[in-house]
Design a protein around this ligand. Structure first.
Ligand code: HEM
Length: 307
């Protein structure tokens, strides 16, 4: 039996932890079943329901394995896991947008990026389930998490790298997991979403400097006056029919909501642990504030000053 998957670069998880896909069903068969069921849902299944086969609820539940009995810990773990899934979905959407840009499918790429903005808003909304966490409650289970920290999230690093926030130092913690480490090294050296946008704009004849197209992709993107000027020109025509304006706005939405997520993380940390040092070895709040201040798509923001 084959499993359907969204297009993405990562290998499938091992079969042992992957639920079997349900058998496909076409529209005619669905109509026949609805008629035979007199309009009611099917309730007889010989084995686990097709829903279980598709979603893998038991696998998901097995992953909610708290390390304490503290009543606040399940929410902390589940919200973290849910956010990991949003990171995975964002990575897939942006990798798809990259492939669409490489195929000169601008409409497809803008649709993927716009979809990702909705995912980002849901990711951001997930903070709502954690903002009640007081220092005393966090202290109730924090020690049991040992050195585990979101700093070690490799899906988050993929998301950052796709947004051009590159840093070799954040790849290093994953040397012990060779598949992930190799993947992250590739992502570090590879093009960000912005690199693919600029290559696309250059193919359309816009004046993207050759030095920008050939820049070292493993370091953070700095604003470039020519690229800022190019976006400023695009933004002088803010009509929906201007498809490059639509692209710029979709990317700006991504930058804005991702930045909001990072700022709300800082607030959640301030509420839950104040200025104590982090579990991952950093100074905590001060370090996070500095990290969250890095700008996504700096040329798109700089362009606004010159329009
Ligand atoms: C209120 C609960 C949380 C607290 C107190 C907290 C605390 C921290 C601290 C102190 C750091 C700095 C690194 C270190 O540990 O030394 C950090 C980094 C990080 N945390 Fe959290 N965190 C919380 C919730 C979450 C959640 C739910 C996620 C979702 C996956 C998350 C993802 C991250 C990421 C991705 C980083 C790295 C940020 C960067 O490199 O800029 N955190 N966290």
């Amino acid at each position: 039996m084959t499993t359907r998957r969204l297009p993405g670069a990562r290998p499938e998880p091992p079969a042992a932890i992957r639920p079997a896909a349900p058998p496909p069903l076409d529209g005619d068969t669905r109509a026949e079943r609805a008629a035979a069921n007199a309009g009611l849902p099917t309730v007889e299944f010989a084995e686990a329901t097709p829903y279980e086969a598709y979603v893998g609820v038991r696998q998901l539940q097995a992953l909610v394995r708290t390390v304490t009995d503290h009543p606040a810990e399940p929410a902390f773990l589940v919200v973290t896991q849910v956010m990991e899934l949003w990171f995975t979905l964002l990575r897939r959407e942006w990798e798809l947008a990259q492939r669409q840009l490489r195929a000169d499918d601008l409409d497809g790429a803008v649709a993927s990026i716009r979809r990702s903005v909705h995912h980002l808003r849901s990711l951001d909304a997930s903070w709502g389930s954690l903002l009640w966490l007081t220092p005393a409650e966090f202290n109730g289970f924090r020690d049991s998490l040992g050195e585990a920290s979101g700093f070690q999230s490799y899906e988050y690093r993929d998301v950052e790298f796709l947004l051009g926030l590159k840093a070799e130092s954040v790849v290093r913690p994953h040397r012990g997991l060779p598949v992930v480490h190799a993947d992250l090294q590739r992502a570090l050296a590879g093009p960000s979403l912005e690199d693919d946008v600029l290559a696309y704009l250059a193919r359309r004849g816009l004046p993207v400097p050759a030095a920008v197209l050939a820049r070292d992709r493993s370091v953070p993107h700095e604003p470039d006056p020519a690229v800022t000027g190019l976006w400023a020109d695009v933004y002088r025509d803010p009509r929906p029919a201007n498809e490059l304006f639509a692209l710029g706005e979709a990317l700006t939405d991504v930058a804005e909501v991702f930045t909001t997520w990072r700022q709300r993380h800082v607030t959640a940390v301030r509420r839950a642990m104040g200025a104590k040092p982090g579990s991952g070895g950093s100074a905590g709040l001060v370090w996070l504030e500095r990290s969250a201040a890095r700008v996504v798509f700096p040329d798109l923001w700089a362009a606004r000053t010159t329009v």
